[in-house]
Design a protein around this ligand. Structure first.
Ligand code: ZN
Length: 172
């Protein structure tokens, strides 16, 4: 297991559509282990494989927010089966959009079908934070970031800010 570098916007890789996993094997489990380590180290509560440069439909999450009682969740090839019409708003951030936050509205509950760490089919009924988090992560699989829901002006301001940070880092 190892901590990988997290890609940050602007980066073309973050905009590509991730490919379905054919079979959950050891190779995929290594990716999931690395993703979990990377997410905990960041720290964050969710991470999609593309954020560490792996274009596969894999997500890890842990919304327990307790240091001593970790509850990792693994999602391979997740598909949303049902979405609630009612929405909820959370202030979202993203490990690939460092230090930027915005209120985003999403369905407040959904059902997700996926394969688990061992390749077994599962169905999750998610609501609240869990529903928001899984929808945010599933957007990554389509090359979508939460800033895409903001106005053009707001989005371009954020990207400009992030580009400046990157340039500075390179000079230093
Ligand atoms: Zn994200």
């Amino acid at each position: 297991m190892s901590v990988k570098q997290i890609l940050t916007e602007p980066n073309k890789l973050l905009r590509q559509i991730s490919k379905p996993v054919e079979k959950v094997g050891d190779e995929e489990r290594v990716v999931m282990d690395d993703m979990l380590d990377t997410m905990y180290a960041a720290p964050g509560i969710g991470l999609a494989a593309i954020q560490i440069g792996v274009p596969k439909r894999i997500i890890v999450m842990d919304i327990s927010r307790e240091e001593d009682k970790k509850e990792p969740m693994y999602f391979v090839n997740p598909v949303i089966k049902n979405k609630n019409k009612d929405k909820s708003k959370y202030e979202e951030g993203c490990l690939s959009v460092p230090d930027q936050f915005a209120e985003i509205e999403r369905p407040n509950a959904c059902e997700v079908e996926y394969l688990d760490y061992y390749g077994k089919k599962q169905l999750l009924k998610a609501e609240g934070l869990l529903a928001t988090c899984i929808q945010h992560e599933m957007d990554h699989l389509e090359g979508i970031l939460f800033i895409d829901y903001l106005s053009k002006l707001k989005k371009s301001m954020i990207i400009k800010k992030l580009s400046k940070i990157k340039t500075k880092r390179i000079i230093v």
